[in-house]
Design a protein around this ligand. Structure first.
Ligand SMILES: *[C@@H]1O[C@H](CO)[C@@H](O)[C@H](O)[C@H]1NC(C)=O
Ligand SMILES: *[C@@H]1O[C@H](CO)[C@@H](O)[C@H](O)[C@H]1NC(C)=O
Ligand SMILES: *[C@@H]1O[C@H](CO)[C@@H](O)[C@H](O)[C@H]1NC(C)=O
Ligand SMILES: *[C@@H]1O[C@H](CO)[C@@H](O)[C@H](O)[C@H]1NC(C)=O
Ligand SMILES: *[C@@H]1O[C@H](CO)[C@@H](O)[C@H](O)[C@H]1NC(C)=O
Ligand SMILES: *[C@@H]1O[C@H](CO)[C@@H](O)[C@H](O)[C@H]1NC(C)=O
Ligand SMILES: *[C@@H]1O[C@H](CO)[C@@H](O)[C@H](O)[C@H]1NC(C)=O
Ligand SMILES: *[C@@H]1O[C@H](CO)[C@@H](O)[C@H](O)[C@H]1NC(C)=O
Ligand SMILES: *[C@@H]1O[C@H](CO)[C@@H](O)[C@H](O)[C@H]1NC(C)=O
Ligand SMILES: *[C@@H]1O[C@H](CO)[C@@H](O)[C@H](O)[C@H]1NC(C)=O
Ligand SMILES: *[C@@H]1O[C@H](CO)[C@@H](O)[C@H](O)[C@H]1NC(C)=O
Ligand SMILES: *[C@@H]1O[C@H](CO)[C@@H](O)[C@H](O)[C@H]1NC(C)=O
Length: 761
């Protein structure tokens, strides 16, 4: 016998031993045929998607049902645990179901299936041995049957739903919460999120504290329960998790939660908490998560944090917390998420924050924080930094170079200064870099390569940056937003350079010292990315850029350039005529290329050009129309017929009655601002225009040649805040109905021939 044969023999012997051991085990768990039948019936009767199911679909009638996925048996072969969670079951569970004859079940999980608003079967009440029942996200609706209160061994009951479509579709009315839990005295984990409990504070608090003094987990978010948070809750000393978000308590957060020795999570966001939050809660050594966000009437301040605190998540956004961030925040060694957005914190950001090595997300935006940026020298896991809208000063710390996992950085609206360090543009994970409205200055140095940069949003607007736009910007191919507006960038940029940035959605270059060139053919321009906003005010443009192929443009700003000639008529057709914002003011346009048709334009600013002829009829969708400081005259355009055949369908009869201001202007029913000042309009003011002050907030007709009386038709609900009719040839009296315009803050009727009137407001 070779030694190899010896070895084989040994192996066979060993294996057979092993099998016999397994056999013994299986034998003791072999499922009983009646229970197997019940399971098979259950499967036959349930509707489920075989292509998505992993459990039901795998049940093999030839094998021991105790080994089926989701099934566990006790030693006697009774099915005691059935887990059919997330098995794409979509219905057919009613009282006659064989499920409710599995009398030995101790654990049942049907979570994450979709029983599509059917009633909860009463049959669950027959499963007397259940200790664990999980029906979360099952889509059942209606009243929770009283039979549930007979499952008296339950330790865990989860009926929660967070899906918006199902919130409040399960109800606890009759039986109510009290009746449901009264005899379920063994419950330790109760989750009824999204169940409509519709109970007042003392009601639900008493029900819980009298029946379930040993409760560990209480999750009642979005349950339509109200306050106050009754002192009877203080009995629930063993609570470890409290989740009460999305209710309407209108009461303070009780102090006694701080006495709960095992509390690890307290979440009470968006539930109308008022008053001062008790500081001691934050000092609980066991607490890992506290979320009190979105309680606009909740104030307080952060306490000194004890050493080695276990807080991982601290969220107080949209509350009125104030005071300083204590230095002892550095004691929260486990802190990974700190969100204090939109509070009232002031003072410097404690430098100890930089020692928090587990920090992943910090958002301190919209506070009154002062001083300099933290170095985050030990916070190497940081993925998101939001510090916008504070009063921070100083430079971007060099230590940030090490933030290799940073994907989001927003420092907008502070007073930060200094040059932008080159590493910012080569952080390997950074997708959003938002620095507008600070005092950053100097040139941006060139990078050798940026083709691998993951940057998608780059906003440097409103700073003092100078020099040329660095070339690497044109290599960041994933860029979707590029805003460099309102800086001191110099040099020439050719529009065709943006062709490489295929994903660019939003381009803002306005108000620099740049010259933007439009050389290139129309076919080159048709290769430009499809912009949503194209903002090139004050860019020394000489020529109207060819944007005819833009199919999703929403905002176009070419104001303050040097463009001459006619406004091309194709511009009104881009994006199928949907171009809500068009600003062509401060150019040298002499006319609108005919024939043109306005479509959906809400903001239409053509002021300070050299436009002649009749006032263009603004689109019906217009909200803001500024045609001021042009050379518009009384005469209507020669081919008025073109306008009339347009979708606008204005009335020719009305137009011919009044020369200067077309009556059809009054058809723009959404109009809030109308500025026709500084033209040569003559004739009288149509009374319908005055009646329009029902919607108009600003009406400026000053500096024309308007004559006649001011129509006495200001309506009772006049919204006008500014009315300027000065420098015309108006006569008669100040109309009496002007007293209806109680919101007027600017009224100028000077330099006309209007007689003084006793009723001048
Ligand atoms: C369930 O399926 C069995 C056959 O597997 C059938 O006899 C029984 O009627 C069905 N019950 C229901 C409620 O559909
Ligand atoms: C219920 O099941 C869901 C889905 O499996 C799970 O997320 C949830 O934690 C379970 N609830 C309890 C109380 O175990
Ligand atoms: C609780 O159990 C007791 C005794 O079994 C019973 O008399 C009572 O009706 C039950 N209460 C509820 C609310 O189910
Ligand atoms: C919330 O509860 C009140 C009774 O407290 C009830 O009238 C109301 O319909 C409930 N709201 C919803 C959305 O179910
Ligand atoms: C807190 O938890 C510990 C350990 O699980 C337990 O011994 C203790 O009784 C609990 N305290 C309360 C008040 O429930
Ligand atoms: C905090 O933890 C450190 C390191 O684990 C330990 O040296 C120190 O004694 C702890 N401090 C307290 C107050 O528990
Ligand atoms: C905001 O904070 C300041 C400074 O701490 C404080 O004076 C002020 O009262 C706070 N405002 C509110 C509404 O809490
Ligand atoms: C950075 O993120 C990656 C992926 O999310 C993770 O695997 C890695 O541990 C993180 N690095 C640090 C320093 O946290
Ligand atoms: C640009 O538009 C013209 C006509 O409007 C069309 O023929 C051409 O294919 C478009 N080019 C691109 C690149 O979309
Ligand atoms: C259009 O641009 C001019 C100059 O850039 C600016 O003053 C004006 O407010 C803009 N119009 C609108 C409607 O935003
Ligand atoms: C134009 O007005 C006429 C008469 O009021 C009406 O019949 C027609 O439907 C209108 N056309 C459009 C495009 O609104
Ligand atoms: C507006 O003012 C005129 C003149 O004072 C007055 O007669 C009228 O009742 C007021 N209200 C409306 C709705 O016109």
């Amino acid at each position: 016998m070779t030694s190899q044969m010896h070895f084989r023999l040994l192996l066979v012997l060993l294996l057979s031993d092993l099998y016999s051991i397994i056999d013994v085990k299986l034998a003791s768990a072999r499922c009983l045929s009646e229970e197997m039948d019940l399971l098979l019936q259950l499967r036959n009767n349930l509707t489920y998607d075989a292509s998505l199911s992993t459990k039901l679909v795998s049940w093999d009638e030839q094998s021991d049902c105790c080994s089926w996925r989701g099934v566990r048996c006790d030693d006697a072969g009774h099915v005691i645990d059935l887990d059919l969670s997330s098995d794409s079951i979509s219905g057919n569970l009613d009282d006659s179901s064989s499920l409710f004859r599995l009398q030995f079940l101790r654990r049942l999980n049907l979570a994450g299936n979709s029983f599509d608003s059917t009633q909860l079967p009463t049959g669950f009440g027959m499963l007397k041995e259940l200790v664990y029942l999980n029906l979360s996200e099952t889509g059942f609706a209606g009243q929770i049957p009283s039979e549930f209160s007979r499952i008296s061994r339950l330790v865990t009951l989860d009926l929660s739903t967070f899906s918006p479509g199902y919130i409040l579709s399960l109800k606890l009315e009759s039986p109510n919460l009290n009746m449901l839990i009264h005899n379920l005295t063994r419950l330790r984990d109760l989750r009824l999120d999204g169940v409509d409990i519709a109970a007042a504070g003392d009601d639900w608090c008493h029900a819980l504290s009298s029946a379930l003094p040993d409760l560990r987990v209480l999750s009642l978010s979005y349950c339509n329960i109200s306050g106050p948070l009754d002192s009877s809750l203080a009995k629930l000393q063993s609570l470890s998790v409290i989740k009460l978000d999305g209710n309407i308590f209108s009461s303070p957060l009780p102090d006694f939660f701080a006495e709960f020795a095992n509390l690890t999570a307290l979440s009470a966001g968006s539930c109308g908490l008022t008053g001062e939050a008790p500081q001691r809660i934050f000092q609980l050594p066991t607490l890992r998560t506290i979320d009190l966000s979105n309680n606009r009437e909740l104030g307080g301040s952060l306490p000194e944090f004890p050493e080695n605190g276990s807080l991982e998540t601290l969220e107080l956004s949209y509350t009125y917390f104030s005071g300083n961030l204590p230095d002892s925040i550095g004691n929260l060694k486990m802190l990974s998420s700190l969100r204090l957005f939109g509070c009232n914190f002031s003072g410097p950001i404690a430098s100890s924050i930089s020692s928090l090595s587990q920090l992943i997300a910090i958002d301190l935006s919209v506070n009154h924080l002062t001083g300099s940026l933290p170095s985050f020298s030990l916070s190497r896991k940081l993925s998101s930094i939001g510090l916008r809208d504070n009063k921070l000063i100083g430079k971007i710390p060099l230590e940030w170079k090490g933030l290799k996992n940073l994907t989001f950085l927003d420092l907008s609206d502070n007073s930060l200064s200094g040059e932008l360090p080159a590493f910012l543009f080569s952080l390997p994970s950074l997708e959003t870099l938002t620095l507008p409205n600070n005092r950053f200055s100097g040139q941006i140095s060139e990078l050798e390569s940026a083709s691998l940069s993951p940057l998608e949003q780059l906003d440097l607007s409103g700073n003092n940056l100078e020099g040329p736009i660095p070339k690497f910007v044109f290599k960041i191919t994933g860029l979707s937003t590029l805003s460099l507006a309102s800086n001191k960038f110099t040099g020439t940029v050719e529009l065709v350079e943006f062709i490489e940035l295929k994903n660019l959605f939003s381009l803002h270059l306005s108000y620099n010292k740049l010259s933007v060139g439009t050389s290139g053919s129309d076919s080159d321009f048709s290769l430009l990315p499809q912009f949503n906003s194209f903002m090139l005010a004050s860019c020394k443009l000489q020529k109207f850029p060819f944007l005819k192929n833009q199919s999703r443009l929403n905002m176009l700003d070419l104001s303050e350039n040097q463009i001459t000639g006619e406004i091309p008529n194709w511009i009104w057709e881009v994006h199928d005529g949907y171009l809500p914002y068009v600003n062509l003011s401060h150019n040298h346009f002499t006319g609108l290329q005919e024939p043109y048709h306005f479509h959906t334009h809400q903001y239409l600013d053509l002021h300070s050009n050299l436009l002649i002829g009749g006032i263009p009829l603004p689109p019906r969708s217009a909200v803001y129309v500024d045609f001021s400081s042009n050379k518009f005259t009384s005469s209507l355009p020669a081919d008025i017929g073109n306008h009339l055949s347009s979708a606008m369908n204005f009335s020719i009869a009305n137009n011919s009655i009044v020369g200067g201001i077309p009556l059809s202007l009054c058809n723009a029913s959404l109009l809030e601002v109308l500025d026709l000042s500084g033209n040569s309009l003559s004739s009288s003011i149509p009374s319908c225009l005055i009646e329009k002050s029902r919607s108009l907030v600003v009406l400026d007709l000053h500096g024309n040649k308007l004559s006649g009386n001011i129509p006495d038709t200001f309506p009772g609900d006049c919204k006008l805040e500014t009315l300027d009719l000065s420098f015309n040839q108006l006569e008669g009296k100040v109309p009496e109905s002007l007293v209806n315009c109680t919101k007027l803050t600017v009224l100028n009727l000077g330099h006309n021939r209007i007689g003084s009137s006793p009723s001048t407001p």
